[in-house]
Design a protein around this ligand. Structure first.
Ligand code: GDP
Ligand code: 5AD
Length: 567
């Protein structure tokens, strides 16, 4: 039996269920899951029917969901199923506009693209063929941004991009402030590519050179600390830029002989080589439970089964996918990268009655993710025995001892839409609010709703009264409600009340056992200072995180990938 929330139904109706050419919906949610399961079991050589049934159960039970393009396009003609791509940006007009064309095709299919613009010569440098001067990376980002705006992806999904510029590029200062100007970039998340050398220069208060990528000449020398403060201040003011720790990423590159990694997908959870793509899927942790003696426990057996089936599902997609370009097909099928992650972490913690802002929760995060990593790798190893290792395996860090089917296995994605479909909390994020204004998907109605998880728990405790309901609707808080015991208040602490230290500890716990990366937003209350942001960024580097993004309540930018306002 498939039970979907109203929000899930609404999103599925709007964007996921197939429609005929008049725009009429022609499948039910059950049929959607059946379509996906049948297609993904299609490459099974033995027991195809059995896998189809198992995939269907896993999807319709909302135990695991793949990234949106798979739900939207599996089984359709030329169905492009991946969410994450990285494309190269070469220092030539032809290169820049070829890549823009490729990005448009990817956006049209529902995928997101990441670009590192650091190879582009700086603004105002002479361009010999044009007897003029170069526009520089920021201008070309604006061109990409405008193009993205006009490709609306058949009404399903707008384009989403990651733009990176390395910290030693001559145009880095203009890049850092590029999202705060009036003609701001709307369809990009931007991140500064930070090296360990730069971080050490900040710590030791040294000078920092900006270098022309084409001529290799130093164009400017400035204090590392001044550049750091510019980044920190902009991030504090607007939420952008984020940081990508490019050296940390490369120390864990599974195929260094194939190439260095310069870039990630739009939300940062997948570092990729040029033209590489990746498929994501997330396990709904809130469903991985069992009740014993009236206590809720993690169901490790069910989790194991879901991990093994999830890895197989994602590996099948690489075989069955429609690739938009031969370059994408080549590198993607040579590395076979997949990213199995989680959603519903905050919901699981609430079910287990462990507050997010506690050391117990952080320890449990490590235990859960370590388990997921171990079982994911076991599953990929089994697939290697059954189907062969990934073609670049000989050139990977796993050769010659550790046979694997996939160069990477795990990513923690934001699950912006699939967690709404699964009716659970986003990714590894804490609850954002107890009450929120829901803007209808068509943008024409707003109503205040109370988080259903909270209602259920309070009802269970016999504490649900009209007064509680009124107070939560009015204030969004339970702090001043006397009948609610302190431990329940602690359990329902929301994102802005949780210290940045605990946000980061959760990110670190999951990153420790994730071979790709973790997408997380460190939400801060409005009164947090630039000094706090500086400490957060520095701690993130010391924790060996691969990237970091903060968002201070009330800061001004339009984030590309807004948290879906339905949940
Ligand atoms: P979900 O599967 O739709 O829930 O997607 P996530 O929020 O988990 O995001 C995973 C990845 O999908 C992101 O890092 C992007 O690469 C891509 N993505 C997410 N949202 C969008 C979108 O609105 N448009 C496009 N083009 N790509 C997106
Ligand atoms: N780098 C990486 N991820 C980012 N996000 C937003 N901006 C950036 C950035 N510059 C991610 C958030 C969240 C999702 C909605 O987008 O961290 O997971």
């Amino acid at each position: 039996m498939l039970t979907l929330s109203n929000n899930a139904r609404q999103i599925l109706n709007e964007r996921y269920l197939l429609k005929d050419n008049k725009g009429h919906i022609i499948e039910t949610p059950q049929q959607l899951f059946k379509r996906v399961a049948t297609f993904v079991a299609g490459c099974e050589k033995r027991q195809k029917d059995l896998f189809e049934i198992q995939f269907y159960k896993m999807l319709s039970g909302l135990y695991f969901l793949p990234n949106s393009p798979t739900l939207m396009n599996a089984g359709c003609k030329k169905g492009q199923l991946s969410a994450c791509f990285v494309l190269p940006v070469e220092d030539s007009l032809k290169g820049i506009f070829n890549t823009l064309k490729y990005a448009a095709l990817i956006h049209q299919s529902g995928g997101g693209t990441g670009f590192n613009f650091s190879k582009l010569r700086p603004k105002d440098e002479i361009v010999s063929s044009a007897s003029g001067s170069s526009s520089g990376p920021v201008a070309f980002i604006k061109v990409y941004d405008a193009a993205t705006e006009y490709v609306k992806q058949g009404g399903k999904r707008r384009g989403a991009n990651m733009g990176i510029l390395n910290i030693d590029h001559p145009d880095i200062e203009a890049f850092i402030t590029s999202k705060s100007s009036r003609d701001a970039i709307e369809n990009f998340n931007i991140s500064v590519g930070i090296s360990d050398d730069f971080m050490r220069a900040v710590v030791q208060d040294l000078n920092w050179n900006l270098i022309n990528p084409r001529t290799k000449k130093i164009t400017k020398v400035l204090k590392a600390k001044d550049l750091w403060h510019l980044i920190v201040h902009e991030a504090w003011r607007t939420g952008d830029p984020g940081l990508i720790f490019i050296d940390t990423i490369n120390t864990q590159n599974p195929t260094p002989k194939i190439g260095r990694i310069d870039c990630t997908n739009p939300c940062g959870e997948v570092p990729l080589l040029n033209y590489e793509s990746c498929n994501l899927g997330s396990i709904n942790l809130a469903k991985m439970i069992v009740e014993k003696d009236e206590k809720i426990l993690i169901d490790w057996k069910k989790l194991t089964k879901t991990i093994h089936l999830g890895i197989r599902f994602l590996d099948n997609i690489i075989t069955l996918n429609h690739y938009l370009l031969p370059q994408i097909k080549r590198i993607t099928t040579a590395n076979r990268k997949i990213g199995l992650g989680v959603m519903g972490w905050a919901e699981l913690l609430i079910l287990l009655e462990v507050p997010y802002a506690s050391d117990e929760a952080v320890a449990l995060a490590e235990q859960v993710m370590q388990f997921i990593k171990k079982e994911s790798f076991t599953a990929s190893e089994k697939l290697a025995n059954e189907r062969g290792v990934f073609p670049n395996w000989n050139d990977s860090i796993y050769s010659p001892k550790y046979k694997l089917r996939n160069a990477t296995c795990n990513s923690i994605a934001p699950t912006g839409t699939i967690s709404v479909i699964a009716n659970t909390s986003y990714s590894i994020e804490p609850l954002f609010a107890l009450a929120y204004n829901r803007v209808g998907i068509l943008g024409n109605e707003t109503q205040t709703e109370i988080n259903t998880l909270f209602i259920e728990k309070i009802k269970q405790l016999n504490l649900w009264t009209p007064q509680v309901e009124n107070t939560v609707l009015r204030t969004g808080s339970i702090e001043n409600i006397k009948i609610i015991p302190d431990h329940i208040k602690h359990l329902f602490k929301t994102s802005l009340d949780i210290s940045w230290q605990y946000h980061l500890l959760h990110q670190r716990a999951f990153q420790k056992y994730t071979d790709n990366a973790v997408s997380k937003t460190i939400n801060l209350s409005e009164e947090k200072t630039a000094e706090d942001v500086s400490k957060i960024f520095m701690t993130a580097w010391n924790y060996k995180l691969k990237g970091i993004t903060i968002y201070r309540y009330g800061s001004k930018t339009n984030q590309v990938l807004q948290k879906c306002s339905l949940n």
